[in-house]
Structure formats: structure tokens, C-alpha cells
Design a protein around this ligand. Structure first.
Ligand code: GUN
Ligand code: FE
Length: 430
């Protein structure tokens, strides 16, 4: 098939140095790892004689897509009719997450969760589980079964939610520790320290999260930041000593290169400087931001500051309204249009693959087609539907094809998904 992968962020639509494109390419996969990538002739010459060949011509082969912010217990929350974030949380989301106290429920949803992501070509996701340890157990057990590289955490939350969703500073600490000991480094699993956001954690719990971050400095940390004006006002009331929302997380030592901050829409210059200086990542969740009416994230502007902020892109299911990374980037594109900015398709596909892997500091394993990395792949067809096929007749360049995929594509454009070298989409069926 045709290979496409990025070396770095493209500087412009004409930056053909930023990516590798092989029009007659091949990958040699051995033990779930990309052993060789290049032209078909070169790879064929390096392959053993009895190698099994899979022909994906004329489709595009990319690194598997990555989603850097999603809520595993919100599959039955997506498409809930709410006016704004706090109403959506209280009316739909918190009651639904209470159901994850039942192991059987968590296990059932975990199966659907992985099936759906693989159907969409997403091979790695960074997830919030519920407050219940059992939800994290179900999440990581299912990831191991499927040999997927997943990042996730038991949510820590000890106030401003229904009783059934609350832990305590001690319990949140102990159970997060138990999840780390049980799952981190097992299979391809990565555990993230996951205080939900400052509204649902007492200062005591934030200190517990800080203690975990100090004990396990290699782990990811994930939380939410500056998503909605009402949320920001309430948060700052709860932490009056902090300069602003970002300063709350800074005070508890929760910022850094492994920290993922969902949304981060309404930041002051000071806050953006702090994110930049600490290397923290702002995770853009476009479908969610539009669906909940949260605001327009300045994706282009924030990455071009003198002190640039690292960014990732994500669905934020169930505040987000699509599992598809194409739909996600289509909405990201439209948000930039409204802000008078251009998000070019090379940039979008970079962000869905290598960009998100860099945001996770996992580019040595995923997000590229480099030799020695994990063979998580997606095979894409930009002519998957009659309307796409018709439009493809007038497409001449690779960026045009990518833009078509982003604008009209969905799971039907995902011909196959490979996890560690194994084809997993077509066996899922419909
Ligand atoms: N802030 C705190 N929790 C959540 C959540 O579940 N979804 C979104 N979008 N924002 C949040
Ligand atoms: Fe979220």
C-alpha cells in the first residue's frame, strides 16, 4: 500500500520534508514490531521468503490513530441534551458513572469501548475510568486481552458529586496505588494519575495526587482545565489562594511534561506561559467544546506563541459527539476557521498520529512507522462511500486526499486496523 508517516510537525501545506510518503510502500512486521519500512522492492528484498503478504493497494497505511482524552464510562452519555458542562455533568454524566460500581457493567462497556475505537482506527487512547477501582480493572484487563497500548486511570474525586461517585483523599490514594501496582507496565498498559478536576477534589485530595506524582514521576497525570466560564468561576472560588485555575494544579505539583490538561480553552497569557514553561500539554477536544458550547480553543495561536504550549487532540467521549478522529479534526478545522486561522490537513494528520504520540512522550513506540516501533496501523480509503468516490475523481494531491478523508471520512474509511501487527477491524464485523 501507500505509506504515510510524519517526522515532525509540518510547517506548512508545502512542507513535504515533514513526512514520509511512499507510493508503492511496504512494512515488514515481526513479533508485533515494524522490522522494516520503505519501498515495496526494498522491503520485499529484506523479507524472508515465506513471509505472508497482505496487499492494501491502493489504500493509505498510517500509524494507528491516537486519542489523548476520553471517558471510558461515558459511552452511554454521548448525545445527552444539556445546556452546558456543569448541567451535563450533574444531570447525565455523574448518574451514569455511578453504574460502574458494578464489575459486570464495567466489563461489558469495556468490550464495546475497545471494539468502537478499533472500528474507528484508533489504536491508543488516554482514558478516565470512573472513581471505582473495578472500572480501571475492567479497562486494563480488556486492553491486555487485545494487546493494546492504553493509558488510563481511576478517577480521584471526593466532593461535589453524588455519594456513589466519591472516594476520600486516603482511598483515592490507596486505590490509585493499587491500580498502578496491578496494571502499570503489564502488557502495554500505562496508568495515569487522574484527579478529575479541581471542583471534585478537596485540597487534601490534591495533596494525595501530588504525593502519587512524586512517588511515580514517570506516570502520566491527567485532569481538566478551564473548559467553561462558570466552571472557572466556581473553581477559583474553591481555591481562593491560587492566582488562577492553572495555578491550582501548579501549587500541587501536578504540571509537567507528562501532564495532560483537557480543554484549556480560556487561558490567560500567564497561564499559557506556565503550561509552556512546565511542558504541560493542552488537549484540544473540538467536538466536545462545540457540543457543550464551551468555547473555541486557539489551537494555532497557542502553538505559535513565543512560549509555545504543547498540544494534543482528542474526542472527549461522552462530552464529545464522535468517536472518529476524522470528525474530531473536521470540527477542529471549523473552530480554527471561526478564529480566522487555517489548520491544514497535513497538520491534522500529524496531530492524530505522531503529534499525539509526542504529547504522550511515547513516540518511541507509537505514532510513527519507524523501524523498531510497535506495528499499530490504520489502513484508509478516501473513496469509501459513493460521495467520497465521486469527490476523489477530482483529487490530485496527497493533502487534498487527506482533507477529503478528514471532512467526509468516518469508520467506513477505515479498511483495517492493526494492533501490534494483528488485523483486528475486519474480524469485528459490523
Ligand atoms: N470536567 C470534569 N469532568 C468532566 C467530564 O467528564 N467531561 C468534560 N468534558 N469535562 C469535565
Ligand atoms: Fe473530559
Amino acid at each position: 500500500g501507500r505509506l504515510l508517516s510524519f517526522h515532525r510537525a509540518p510547517a506548512s501545506l508545502n512542507d513535504s520534508e515533514s513526512y514520509l510518503y511512499e507510493s508503492d510502500g511496504a512494512l515488514l512486521i515481526r513479533d508485533g514490531i515494524i522490522a522494516k519500512a520503505g519501498s515495496y522492492a526494498d522491503v520485499k528484498a529484506a523479507a524472508p521468503e515465506d513471509v505472508e503478504e497482505v496487499d492494501h493497494r491502493p489504500h493509505l497505511i498510517l500509524p494507528g490513530l491516537i486519542d489523548t482524552h476520553v471517558h471510558f464510562p461515558q459511552m452511554q452519555v454521548i448525545a445527552s441534551y444539556a445546556a452546558n458542562l456543569l448541567e451535563w455533568l450533574n444531570t447525565y454524566t455523574f448518574p451514569e458513572e455511578c453504574r460502574f460500581v458494578e464489575t459486570a457493567h464495567a466489563e461489558r462497556i469495556a468490550t464495546h469501548f475497545y471494539d468502537e475505537f478499533l472500528r474507528q482506527g484508533t489504536t491508543t487512547a488516554v482514558a478516565y475510568c470512573s472513581v471505582h477501582k473495578a472500572s480501571a480493572d475492567a479497562f486494563f484487563a480488556e486492553a491486555m486481552k487485545r494487546n493494546m497500548l492504553m493509558v488510563g486511570g481511576k478517577v480521584m474525586m471526593d466532593r461535589h458529586a453524588p455519594q456513589g461517585l466519591l472516594d476520600t483523599p486516603q482511598l483515592g490514594y490507596d486505590e490509585t496505588r493499587a491500580v498502578i501496582e496491578q496494571w502499570h507496565g503489564k502488557g502495554r498498559n500505562h496508568v495515569a494519575i487522574t484527579p478529575r478536576f479541581a471542583i471534585t477534589s478537596t485540597p487534601e485530595q490534591m495533596s494525595a495526587a501530588q504525593a502519587l506524582a512524586q512517588e511515580f514521576p514517570d506516570l502520566h497525570i491527567q485532569t481538566h482545565l478551564s473548559e467553561n466560564h462558570e466552571e472557572i468561576r466556581f473553581t477559583c472560588e474553591l481555591y481562593p489562594e491560587a492566582t488562577d485555575y492553572t495555578d491550582i494544579y501548579a501549587r500541587y505539583g501536578l504540571l509537567g511534561k507528562r501532564t495532560l490538561l483537557g480543554h484549556a480553552i480560556h487561558l490567560s497569557d500567564r497561564e499559557a506561559d506556565v503550561l509552556s514553561e512546565t511542558g504541560s500539554v493542552a488537549v484540544h477536544c473540538p467536538t466536545s467544546n462545540l457540543f457543550l458550547g464551551s468555547g473555541l480553543f486557539p489551537l494555532k495561536a497557542i502553538t505559535r506563541r513565543d512560549k509555545p504550549v504543547r498540544v494534543g487532540v482528542a474526542t472527549d467521549i461522552g462530552g464529545g459527539s464522535s468517536y472518529s478522529m476524522f470528525k474530531t479534526m473536521d470540527e477542529a478545522y471549523k473552530i480554527q476557521q471561526l478564529l480566522g486561522e487555517r489548520l491544514n490537513p497535513l497538520d491534522s494528520f500529524y496531530l492524530m498520529t505522531r503529534g499525539n504520540a509526542e504529547a504522550l512522550s511515547l513516540v518511541d513506540r507509537i505514532g510513527t512507522l519507524e523501524e523498531g516501533t510497535d506495528a499499530d496501523l490504520v489502513v484508509l480509503d478516501a473513496a469509501a462511500t459513493p460521495a467520497m468516490k465521486l469527490r476523489m475523481e477530482t483529487v490530485n494531491t496527497l493533502p487534498e486526499e487527506l482533507f477529503l478523508l478528514q471532512t467526509l471520512g468516518d469508520d467506513r474509511s477505515v479498511v483495517e486496523t492493526y494492533v501490534a501487527g494483528v488485523a483486528v477491524k475486519t474480524v469485528l464485523g459490523k
